[in-house]
Each structure stands twice: as structure tokens, then as C-alpha cells.
Design a protein around this ligand. Sequence first.
Ligand code: NIG
Ligand code: FE
Length: 420
Amino acid sequence: MSEKSIILLHASELLTGAGIRAKDGRHPKEEDLGRIPNGALVYSTKTVSYTDFTTGKSGKKVVGDKILWVGESEALPSEYSGSPVFDLYGRNAIMPGLIDCHTHLVFAGNRASEFAARCGGASYADIAASGGGIQTTVNATRNATEEELFRLARARVEDAHRYGIRTIEAKSGYGLSLETELKILRVVKRLQEATPELEIIPTFLGAHDFPKGADREAYLIEILDEQLPAVAREGLANVCDVFIDEGYYTVEEAERILTRAKQLGMKTKVHADELVNTESAAFAADIGALSADHLLKISPAGIAALAASETTAVLLPGTAFYLKTAHAPARALIDAGARVAISTDLNPGTSMTSNLPAVLTISALYLGLTRAELFAAVTYNAARALDVHSRKGTLEAGMDADFFVTPYATFEELYYRFAW
Ligand code: NIG
Ligand code: FE
């Protein structure tokens, strides 16, 4: 239930992003940012319950509900006089809350020694082939209690909030068994119950790898007949993702999994064309996936397929940086008309960071994206990749009160300052 309204006054600039929504995120341009100098925003609040899983402490928190009005400070409607005012004195820019639409938020352990081995010349594939990589994290995650996983992931959620992230996706995928995949998704649910100031969107990724020593077909059947139905029955996620790549899942296997997910009423996503080209971006477009993610090795045909589809291209430049590989063809994707989002890919193997602004710095420098393209990539377009764009991604009356009062006077200072 909505309670009182709060006014933010005298923002150095307020960027609504309304023009980006109007073009559904394609070809974002400077004039689409809806820049309002000396901006103001009015939002309603609501009181929600929270429960901290580790301490058992529960209580109430007042959080933002809906945006009521945005405009120039001088034009603030008189109906809001009397509401509490936070004056920003022209020091801070306000923008839509950042949306991190691809993370592997819940895992135990770390892979610092594998990172050191990679720095010494070993490749990601070498490490995976010798039993490390995703399997290292699967072992640590299976051995961790639900409480340990919660504590570790909550620290990452707190980091994300500090970086301006107000919506974060969280994939399972370091369990690779019915029991541990459900454990991870229950942790995601408990994270949401503990931190109502962010929205956490769970994605089921039981097809992240095959469990060590498992029969391939037997594990596929387990996903189809046990994991997916259990996730749907318990309402733990309504999005299903598959890692299609050499050494992981084939397009045909992904099709079986995602077809079953759709039968269960779930939406779909694909880890596509990351390590080698498998034409999985075109496959994602074909099956109507919300997004095709990674795309380091996407082909011209894949670019054309995404551009002609409703599937968002999610780029993860922190991963290319961390693996020292060539970046995704962002310019070609945007110029072809694809809707491009950017995310951290937070995970212990290929992108150990929650710092989405730092990923924007990499994107500005190495993908050559403009200010408008970067803005769209972590707001509306990321909301589109999670199918929450009817509520999030722009600062307009009626949208969720998800905003980021940045520490700086302009949006570009977020990524001009490197890894702050
Ligand atoms: O998104 N691509 C697949 N999965 C992760 C990496 C997983 C890992 O190395 O732990 C990714 O990059
Ligand atoms: Fe990923």
C-alpha cells in the first residue's frame, strides 16, 4: 500500500530515458536520454516486511513504491508541497536504478589460484579440462550450507546496491543436482526476503555444465523430468537458461530443455556463442528467448537474427577483459538494430566483480559505445532482458521507484572514474 510521497530536488541532471523506451531500446541516441537539468523526482513509499535468514530477525522497512512525477525543480506541482524534501544542491545526477541482468550471484569458495594459473599462461579450457573451472565452484557450493551461501551472496548484493544496482538477476547453476540447484534458488528467495530495497530475479541454470562423471543423457533427463518440474512447482524461478558451447550443451540439447521449460510456463535465456560459434544466438532468437548472452563469437548471421528479433543481446565485457579474449561486436549489433544490454556476469571464474560501472568503463573503451548506448544498456535494455520493462528501466510516472542518486554530477562520471 502506498503511503507518503518524498521529493528529490535540485539534481544536477535527471536522465529519464523516456526516449529509449519509445524506441524499445534500439539505436539509442543522446536526445533519447530525456535530460532534465536541475531535475526533481517525486515518489511514493510503501512499508514492507523483511526477514534476515541468518539472524532470524524480521521487521518492517520503508522502501520506494512508484514514481509519481519527474520534471524541472522549478515546475514541481503544488500538490506535493508538504512532502519531505531531500535537496541535492545540484551535486548529484539521478538516473534509473542500474539493472544487472546476468549474474551467477550464489556460489561458495573462490578461484584465485586458477586465476593465478591463467595469469601464468593456462587457458580457461585447460583448467576446466583438468577438473577445475565450474567444477571447482560446484564442489564448494555443494559443500556449503544454505546459511553460508546466503551470507556470501548477501555481501555481493550489498556491493551491487552500493554501485547503484536496484534490480539484479541471479542464476543457479553451481549445484548440478536437484538438491543443490534447489538449495541455490532457495537462497535467492531468502536474499529477496532480506533485502526488499533491491529486486532479485531468479533464473534456473541447471544446464550450466554436466556433473563430473555423469552420464550426459541421464543428467539431461534429470533436468527435464526432475529439476525443471521441481523449480516450477516450488515457484523458485520462471526463467530457464542453458550454457550452449563446445564442451557444454549442444543446440539440440538446449532445445529439449527450453521446450520443456516453456511447457512449464517459463521464459528462456541462452548463454550463446561465448567460447566458440555454435549459431546459438540465432537459435535464441528463433525460440523467442528473452536474451542471448555473451556473443563473443557471434556470426554475421547471428547478428542479423538478433536484430530482426525481440531477443535482447546481453554483452558481458568484464568476461572478455578477464579472459583476455576479443570483445563482442557491440558496434555491429547496435548498428544492425539489435537491442543491446550490458551486465557484469558476476561469477568466480570469468568475471569476479559486482562493479557494473567498471564494466561500463570497459564497454566505453573497448566496445566503443556512446553515452546514450551505455545508459540504455544498463537501464531499459537490461529491464527488457529480464522482462520487467513494463515496470522498470526509465524514470517516468507510474514506473517502480527504482532510481539511482549517483555520487557525481553527471552520468558519465560513473564510468570515467575507473572501478571506484
Ligand atoms: O557466464 N559461461 C558460463 N558460465 C559463466 C562462467 C562460469 C565459471 O567459470 O564459473 C559465465 O561466464
Ligand atoms: Fe554467465
